[in-house]
Design a protein. Structure first.
Length: 272
């Protein structure tokens, strides 16, 4: 069997975590990623009925993730270190039949476990898979300007989305469904996981006020691309705050949505 460390899945996560660290988004153990891998891919590397150990999930996961495999960043692990030692900082788990346990197939070498946010990730995966069966990735990170922007605005997703769309012409094109916004909450709990997943019914990105962002995508590039576009836009917003002379007119935003045949989030642009 092939060596999982050499797989494209481990390489993709190792490269993106290093990249995100260099963006300055993932200080210390900040951020976490989970990546759904299809069984036929897992079979190239492992027998699918032999496990290293079991790790309780701490909640009962949705039926849709039962028996599925996730490559997940480890709790307390640093994004900057994944590329140096993937087997210590990542783990591959299979969700058990009773949906309460994760069977470990690979990784967390020194006895570690998945990120404390894994329940929140699984809840978001379940919702996104129902909306879009091709969704594979949930990504959480602490992008600086997005957090600044959240601190400066009311916790209102129409207001947040409008400010983003009015600051960068790419914004409405990349996330026409807008950004979901949660108030400041205690992270690592099932409550914030449920609230995030609820937003994921209608948005692929959710801002956690005073904390960071959650993004979903069909692959690593798509989830990252979504987050980096929000962050770039938030940077433009914060750097121009109080000085803006040329704000993107509503007609241009409507024109962009028409050009790309996009369904915009309701209530953000007047007259739409
Ligand atoms: O994994 O980012 O939200 C560390 C965190 C918690
Ligand atoms: Zn976080």
């Amino acid at each position: 069997m092939k060596d999982f460390v050499e797989s494209r899945f481990v390489k993709e996560v190792a490269e993106i975590t290093a990249n995100m660290y260099r963006q300055g988004w993932d200080e210390r153990n900040g951020g976490n990623i989970s990546y759904l891998i299809d069984e036929e891919c897992v079979r190239e590397y492992f027998p699918t009925d032999k496990f290293i150990r079991d790790i309780p999930l701490g909640f009962e996961a949705d039926d849709i993730v039962k028996g599925r495999y996730f490559l997940v960043t480890g709790t307390g692990k640093y994004f900057k270190n994944v590329i140096k030692d993937p087997e210590e900082n990542l783990g591959l788990v299979k969700i058990s039949e009773d949906k309460k346990t994760a069977h470990l197939l690979w990784g967390y070498r020194s006895g570690g476990k998945f990120t404390s946010e894994f329940p929140a990730h699984l809840m978001s995966h379940a919702v996104r898979l129902k909306v879009n069966p091709s969704n594979r990735v949930i990504m959480h990170t602490h992008p600086t300007y997005t957090i600044c922007m959240g601190a400066c605005l009311p916790t209102d997703e129409v207001v947040f989305t409008r400010k983003l769309w009015k600051s960068n012409t790419e914004a409405v094109v990349v996330f026409p469904e807008g950004i979901g916004v949660l108030p400041c909450m205690i992270c690592g709990t099932n409550e914030i996981g449920e609230a995030t997943a609820e937003k994921m019914n209608t948005h692929r990105i959710v801002s956690w006020t005073n904390h960071g962002i959650y993004g979903a995508g069909n692959d690593i590039d798509e989830a990252f691309g979504l987050i980096e576009t929000v962050e770039k836009t938030a940077q433009i917003y914060m750097l121009t705050l109080g000085h803006v002379v040329n704000e993107i007119p509503d007609e241009v935003i409507i024109g962009l949505a028409k050009l790309w045949n996009l369904k915009m989030m309701d209530g953000v642009i007047e007259g739409e």
